[in-house]
Ligand binder design. Sequence first.
Ligand code: NDP
Length: 308
Amino acid sequence: MALLYMADPARGEVWRRLIGEMAPDIDVRIWPNIGNPADIRWVAVWDVHVDLTATFPNLEVIFSTGAGVDHLDFSRIPARIPVVRMVEPGIVEGMVEYVTMAVLALHRDLPTYIDQQKKHVWAQHYETPAAQRRVGIMGLGSLGQASLAGLAPFGFPLAGWSRSPRAIPNVETFAGEAGLGAFLARTDILVCLLPLTAETRGILDARLFARMPAGARIVNAGRGGHVVADDLVAALDAGTLSGAVLDVTEPEPLPPEHPFWSHPRILLTPHVASLTRPETAVISLLENLRRHAAGEPMIGLVDRSRGY
Ligand code: NDP
């Protein structure tokens, strides 16, 4: 019974060592050294190199090594094979740090000051108090809710938007298309923590930016496909938006000629908001293998009808 790791091989070696310590019975193989494909019962995958179900006839579960599953083609995965996304505390901790950093950077006008530093300009701008800076998070799952809790001590008026209604203490919540307009109209700093699905692709576009207060700011730590790049650049150039922090782009890596690299109102990071931490991820994976064997529901099981 073997687990195949199909992502960064160096990280795969760490997974193999940790699994070896905690569950020595599991034979961990690292792509491309798969051995006999018939041995593979589980795959932990980020970079999909082959048609998984055609290549591994005895495959039982597909685990994403990340919190998202948008890298998987569900049309090629039979319904009998469960797909499980990564839910582990390390991802949550990293994302709370990143969202806090990004919101504070935009709140405190960091893109302006970085630009001024490059130009040797010493100019002070009035601060807006946190109590007057309304922050809104799109996506109220494990990452959105934890990020709201991380922001709470700063005193920003907080709101969140999700598909189905959610009640969160001290957070104004909105749901669905019906709630989107009111959510955007009250949001000065928008954080996208949505999964990338057919419904959410391209959601951060000119129409959405126009529904926000003039000069609003955005953080995208969801997926690059959420943003319509030309619309974002146009909105920043026109002043509809005044700043953006982007951790994810489409494509990744971002091509050298892309306007995001040098736009003075964009802060860019290379998809590092929150990396899966092997130490905690392996514990989560082993717990899910136990649950699967016992016929119990796995944590992070993807609902194919919703796409996340
Ligand atoms: P969850 O599945 O726990 O939560 C997803 C949230 O998005 C839910 O609140 C859901 O609504 C909402 N949502 C989904 N579709 C829609 C829609 N069409 N309209 C409105 N709301 C919608 O996901 P996580 O919080 O764990 O992760 C979110 C995403 O963050 C991941 O899918 C991934 O893309 C990204 N990510 C990025 C990382 C990075 O390093 N940049 C690292 C890890 C994750 P409802 O509550 O109604 O279900």
